[in-house]
Structure formats: C-alpha cells, structure tokens
Design a protein around this ligand. Structure first.
Ligand SMILES: Nc1nc2c(c(=O)[nH]1)N[C@H]1C(S)=C(S)[C@@H](COP(=O)(O)OP(=O)(O)OC[C@H]3O[C@@H](n4cnc5c(=O)[nH]c(N)nc54)[C@H](O)[C@@H]3O)O[C@H]1N2
Ligand SMILES: Nc1nc2c(c(=O)[nH]1)N[C@H]1C(S)=C(S)[C@@H](COP(=O)(O)OP(=O)(O)OC[C@H]3O[C@@H](n4cnc5c(=O)[nH]c(N)nc54)[C@H](O)[C@@H]3O)O[C@H]1N2
Ligand code: SF4
Ligand SMILES: [Mo]
Length: 687
C-alpha cells in the first residue's frame, strides 16, 4: 500500500485558514488532521472539517459532468462526457453572444474556496475575453472594507493577535467562539491575564456567554451607539489631541456633528441605557490598550459601511493606534496584498489585452434575484462556481424564479447537487481541496498557507483552474495565461517576497514585512490621499459616502419599512458548529447532529402571539413566508426574532425556500453589500 502525507490549508471562507496534514492510501484520502506546527490553528480542525474525508468520499458527490433531464430545480440529470458538456456550453454561450451580445452572459461566484488561484483563477480573463457582464460588491467583507477605507484609505487595520497585549477586547458583532474559533484562545489568554472582554451583539451568543460584559443593542443601530460614544469621548476630554492634530482630518466638523448625539439621544434608538453607553465610552477613552474586533455580522445592514467607518475613527480619536493591544482589528486579508499576492493579476492582463472590457456592465453580487428577473436586457446565460446563491443570497425566491426561466441557460460547477445546482442545465464536477494545488491568503491571521494535493480528483472532477483551462480550449481562446498550469498561476499571483519553496515545505509562511508588534498607524501614515485619517469624507464623497456619518434607523431603509406592517426584526446568524455557511448542511453526518431550522422568539413576543415552544408559526413579509417550529429564547430582545441560517431547502417544512426568501437584498449605504439584518417580518400562530 502506498501511503502519502502532505501539508495543506483549509480553503473555506473562514478567517482561520487552518493548516492540515492529509493522508492518502493508494490514491484515496483516508485522514485529515490539524497540522500541529501551524502557528494559528496549532493542530486543531473544527467539527466541520474534521469530517472532511466523509465529504470527499461521499456517495452524493458529483463525479461526472451532468446534463439536465427533468424540470429546472428538479435535480434530475444524466451523466455526460466532458466533451459533450463542454460542447453544449460553447454552443449555447456562442448562440447567446450572437443573438443578444456577450453581456447577456453573467459569471457569478462567491468564496466556496477562497484560494488565491482556485477562487477565480483565470476566470476574469476568460469571461472578459468572451465579453460577458461581470459582478461587483459582495455579501461578505466588501462593506466592512469600504467603511474602513473611507477613514484609513484602505482596509488595513490591526493584527488581531495583538489582543495578547490588550486590557480590553471589544468583540463587536462577531461570534468568535463559533466563527473564528482558533482566535478564541488569544481572547481567553488575555481575559485570564485580567483583560476585560466586552461583546456587543443583539443576540446573547455563545461568545457573549463568556464575556465580562455583554451589551445587547437593537440590530442595525450601532451608528447611534457609536456616534454617542464619540460624543462622550469628546465631551469628557478623552481624545488624544496630539494624535488627532498630527494625523486626522475634519475633527472640528465631527465634534460639531456629534455635539447633540448624547447617550440620552442614542438610548431610545439603540436600546441601551445612556449610563451604559457612557460607561463603555469612558472605558474606551481611558484604557489605551483597548482593541476593537469585528468580522462580518455588523456589516449586514444598510448602515454597515458606516458602522465600520465609525469603528475606524475610535482608535484615531483615542490615539490607541499608538499602543500595542489597541487599534481596530478586522480582516487582515489586504495585508498579504501589499507585497505577497496579486489577486488582480488576471484583471491586469485583461486590461492590457482588451481595454474595452472595462466598460462591460456589472451587477452587484447580492442582487442576483433582481438581475435575473427584472432587466430590460435580460441575462440569458449564467455561469456559477464557488457559490450556492439559492441558499446564501437574499431575496432568494426571486433567484429561484429567475433560475426557472426557460430562456436562461445555467451552468454550475459544484461538488454536490446543491439547491442552486439543481437548476443547472449543465453541471461540471468540482474537485475538493485535498485534490488541488492552492495558496491560501488568510483574512484572520498573517500566515499564507500552501495546499498540496493528497490525491488526484475523484471521478472526472476537476479543480476550478482546470475547468477554466478546459473552457478556454473549448472556446478556442489562445491567450497564453488562460492555459497556465497551476504552478504557473501560483508564480503569476505570488510575489517575489514569498519564499515559495519554504511555504511548500512548511505548509505556511509568514506574510512579509509585518513584525508581530507592527502598529500600522502608530505614526499616522494613513493610505488616504491626504495621508491623514479622514473623520469627514474628504476624499471619498464620490463613492456615495455622506460627508459626515449619519444615523438612519434600520426600519426606514429600503426593503425594510415598519410602515409596511411588519413589526419584528429578523436576524439570521450562523449558529451550527457543524456547518460552514451552506456547506455540510446537506450532509447527514453534519445535519443530523444539529437542530433543524426553527424560529427563535423572545418570551414576550411569543406570548403576544399565543405561541409556546414547539408550536408551528408562520413567519412572513412581503417577500416570502415560511412555516417553522417555535423555540422560546432568552437570548434575544423583544422585537427581535432569529432564524439561524445555513440549512438546505429540504430541511425546511415543505422543502422549497429557506430563510433568505425573506431577507432584504437592498444595497448597503455604500460598499455594495446587502442588508440581511434589516429585515422586518411578522409571526403568527399557524391556525
Ligand atoms: N441569511 C444569511 N445569509 C447569509 C449569511 C448570513 O449570515 N445570513 N452570510 C453570508 C456570508 S458572510 C457568506 S460569505 C455567504 C456564503 O455563501 P456561499 O458562498 O454560498 O457558501 P459556502 O458554503 O461557503 O460555499 C458555496 C459552495 O461552494 C462550493 N465549493 C467549495 N469549493 C469549491 C470549489 O473548489 N469549486 C467549486 N466550483 N465549488 C466549490 C461548495 O460545495 C458550496 O456549495 O452567505 C451569505 N448568506
Ligand atoms: N462555524 C462557522 N464558522 C464560520 C462560518 C459558518 O457558517 N459557520 N462562516 C464564516 C464566514 S463566511 C464569515 S463571514 C464569518 C462571520 O463571522 P461573524 O461576523 O463572527 O459571524 P456572523 O454570524 O455573521 O455575525 C456575528 C454576530 O453579529 C451580530 N450582529 C448582527 N447584526 C448586528 C448589529 O447590527 N450590530 C452588532 N453589534 N452585531 C450584530 C449577530 O447577532 C452575530 O452574532 O464566519 C466564518 N466562520
Ligand atoms: S472551516 Fe475554519 S475553523 Fe474549520 S478547519 Fe477550515 S479554517 Fe479551520
Ligand atoms: Mo462570509
């Protein structure tokens, strides 16, 4: 028996990017365990990926190209050869290009793998040369990054691991113990050393359970809270005047703007007592080693970009960017983009060889429902990879009805027949991470990961890079880079700073030029045109950013109006320890050990509606309705209901539709995200 062991890195859209050791016997993956030498994950894999071998070898895996035989959505397919499947795609896409123009085709992707070469690979060049439409924005990260960039010039903040030195860690809308579990030991170590841990979350999460202080604002109201905090910092003289004078722009205007945004003003808006807001602000203003830590939860609102804008301002005002253990830590994804990786390499090549492609039409990624159903010049060809929009994108009922259109030809590259792939005309079988080469730029820590394949792909599955190469050949596109091997792609996209050999040998390499005690803004040096931290939108007004950060109530934003008669805010957090977004929820080994979809209600809201635990209730708004069993929860506030997200359609009662049928797909204030969390619903007992 031939046994091999290789080092790899988890590809999931998760901040931890854990290192693993994969074992294969006679070409079959037999074991996956944590790489004990990995500096961040230290040998542990989470309850999702510790069962990855079962995912790879699962009977339901798509191992051959499939062609639809039943109705769209029925999931009925027949096997086909690669040649036949490619031929159909080329014929259909070329027909659409001739009849409607290239822009009637839309490539759509998410971050099923976030790998450097496997996330998009040569796709920007391929689709650009075919003259298709393209997408912008995202349901994850772009809003936070944009908010931060209006103050700092880009999304670069503090290294989260510096919380080791913090005296106060504020987990702002992030459920660390669930979503960033390998960061939790850093938080615990600080707490055991005496640091205070505050959680700010409308839900009392498992992370809030372990905090010293849990503040539970109403969802989507952090702008009021943050404006009041800034009011107190200024009113109480807690601003670092020297730092602000040297490194910030617009302080006087901001001070004027918040002069009436007192804690008493914020109290009825965010639902926290004025005294609590004052205490939090004073604590932030008097403890320089206060680290703000956020991931994504707080961005899923209309005002999400403004929340990140205001969070970015806090350490500028208190001067805590000067202090080890201070600052604002979110995604560190952009750090590796400084010197180590070039995620836009293919885009740059496209701009050179086909400059006109820059003016192709582009659609907001979270707006897929509208894009498929409401355009005057409709999309007729859709190519989806790395994503499951039917489950993950808001307004999903519109996505399903778009995918049902007879005049839409849909191609999906997938590992399983997901709720999205069930609508495809052609499915290409996608390889799994242990079957492909990749480099993993992490957004949760500063190590780039290498991924060495342990086996060949099972069946006829191929990596995304191989899929795009095969498509390039089938479309007879000769552009050299479209035919690059995986190692050539790595060389193209990884900069000279990185010692590739070392990364391959060790399984990881530290992102260059950032020592562990690096304080990016200790001496200013912001990446704005002015070089200063912008407290007013001096350079970014053209992005739709208001000059000063403005409060807007979450029940007054597009797609979420209380006047429509719906009175409860719906939250849809990640909650299952065995799901990663929508992945794994279709696998019994994972789903059978989690609760089924359910509706969590505060006892008062339940009593008002005559509901007790276990009752069936209808949850609905003008976008959709679902029937779900009720669970009474003491983790919410009155007026807020929660339906955890990630489940497959078939886990819900009648098997059609999921909670994203109800969520709000409107645009964020800026940043081109979406507003899952600004969703009003009503709940009634099922009579
Ligand atoms: N209601 C609600 N909705 C949400 C969220 C929420 O909190 N609430 N969170 C949002 C967030 S933050 C995110 S990031 C999105 C995530 O939503 P998705 O991106 O849809 O979720 P994933 O499960 O990460 O990955 C999607 C698919 O990628 C496939 N995949 C994995 N690797 C590969 C590969 O190498 N090749 C190909 N072709 N496919 C592959 C998987 O099989 C999986 O079906 O969902 C968003 N949706
Ligand atoms: N186990 C597991 N881990 C995961 C994932 C998974 O599905 N499962 N998904 C991965 C992905 S793609 C991502 S993006 C990350 C996300 O990681 P997180 O951002 O930590 O997770 P979320 O559940 O999206 O949101 C975190 C918290 O934000 C809170 N929140 C919502 N609205 C507001 C608000 O207005 N203000 C404040 N202060 N808080 C608010 C929610 O109640 C929730 O508890 O997790 C990653 N890790
Ligand atoms: S999903 Fe996240 S926590 Fe789990 S192994 Fe992958 S990177 Fe680590
Ligand atoms: Mo995400």
């Amino acid at each position: 028996m031939a046994t091999i062991e290789v080092l790899g890195t988890c590809h999931h859209d998760c901040p931890d990017s854990c290192g693993w050791v994969a074992t294969a016997v006679d070409g079959k993956l037999t074991q996956l365990r944590g790489n004990p030498d990995h500096p961040f994950s230290q040998g542990e894999l989470c309850p999702k990926v510790s069962k990855f071998v079962g995912r790879v070898n699962h009977n339901d895996r798509v191992l051959h190209p499939l062609i639809r035989t039943g109705a769209k959505g029925s999931g009925e397919f027949r096997e086909a050869s690669w040649d036949e499947a490619l031929d159909i795609v080329v014929t259909e896409f070329n027909r659409i290009r001739n009849e409607h123009g290239g822009e009637a085709i839309l490539p759509w992707w998410s971050a099923g793998t976030q790998g450097l070469i496997q996330n998009q690979g040569a796709a920007p060049l391929l689709f650009g040369l075919l003259g298709t439409s393209t997408q912008h924005g995202s349901v994850c990260g772009v809003v936070a990054g944009s908010g931060m960039a209006t103050v700092y010039g880009d999304g670069l903040g503090t290294d989260p691991l510096q919380a080791e030195h913090s005296n106060h860690i504020i987990l702002w809308g992030t459920n660390t113990r669930l979503t960033n579990r390998h960061y939790w030991p850093t938080v615990v170590a600080a707490q055991q050393r005496g640091a205070k841990v505050t959680v700010i979350d409308p839900i009392r999460t498992i992370t809030a359970d372990k905090a010293d202080v849990h503040l539970q604002p109403l969802p989507g109201t952090d702008v009021a809270l943050l404006l009041a905090i800034i009011h107190v910092l200024i009113a109480d003289g807690l601003v670092d005047d020297d730092y602000v004078a040297a490194h910030a722009l617009g302080f006087d205007e901001l001070a004027n703007h918040v002069s009436d945004k007192t804690p008493a003003w914020a109290e009825p808006l965010c639902g926290l007592e004025a005294s609590v807001i004052t205490e939090l602000a004073r604590s932030i203003g008097t403890e320089p080693a206060t680290m703000l830590r956020a991931l994504i939860g707080a961005e899923h609102h209309y005002s999400g970009s403004t929340v990140f804008r205001l969070l970015s301002m806090i350490p500028v005002l208190t001067g805590s960017h000067n202090v080890l253990g201070g600052g604002f830590a979110r995604s560190v994804g952009s750090w590796s983009e400084r010197n180590d990786v070039d995620v836009s390499a293919m885009g740059s090549i496209l701009a050179e060889v086909a400059p006109a492609s820059a003016s192709r039409r582009s659609f907001r990624q979270p707006d897929l429902g509208v894009t498929l159903t409401e355009l005057n010049d409709p999309i007729h060809g859709l190519f989806i990879w790395n994503g499951n929009p039917v489950l993950s994108i808001p307004n999903s009922a519109a996505i399903r009805s778009g995918l049902e259109r007879d005049d839409l030809f849909t191609v999906v590259s997938e590992q399983f027949i997901t709720d999205t792939a069930a609508y495809a005309d052609v499915i290409f079988p996608a390889a799994m991470e242990t079957e492909m080469i990749d480099v993993m730029p992490s957004w949760g820590h500063l190590w780039l990961g290498w991924n060495e394949p342990a086996t060949e792909p099972l069946g006829e599955a191929v990596s995304n890079t191989e899929l795009f190469r095969r498509l390039a050949t089938a479309f007879e596109l000769e552009q050299r880079e479209l035919h690059f091997s995986d190692l050539e792609l790595v060389e193209l996209m990884v900069g000279d700073h990185v010692d590739l050999e070392q990364m391959r040998h060790d399984g990881f390499v530290r992102v260059s030029d950032f020592p562990v005690d690096y304080l990016p803004y200790a001496n200013g040096g912001f990446h704005t045109p002015s070089g200063k931290a912008e407290l007013v939108a001096e350079s970014f007004a053209n992005l739709g950013v208001s000059y000063l950060p403005e409060w807007i109530a979450p029940d007054a934003v597009e797609g979420s109006k209380r006047s429509d008669g719906f009175g409860l805010f719906l939250q849809t957090p990640k909650k299952a320890t065995r799901f990663l977004n929508t992945s794994y929820s279709g696998l019994a080994a994972h789903a059978d050990r989690e609760t089924s979809p359910h509706l969590e209600l505060d006892p008062t809201d339940a009593a008002d509606r005559g509901l007790v635990a276990g009752d069936l209730a209808k949850i609905f708004n003008d976008r959709g309705a679902l029937v779900l069993p009720v669970a009474i929860s003491d983790r919410l506030r009155p007026g807020v209901v929660s339906v955890p997200w990630g489940y497959v359609d078939s886990a819900y009662g009648d098997g059609v539709g999921s909670i994203n049928d109800l969520t709000n797909a409107s645009n964020s204030e800026f940043g081109n995200g979406s507003c899952y969390g600004d969703t009003l619903v009503e709940v009634v007992a099922l009579s």
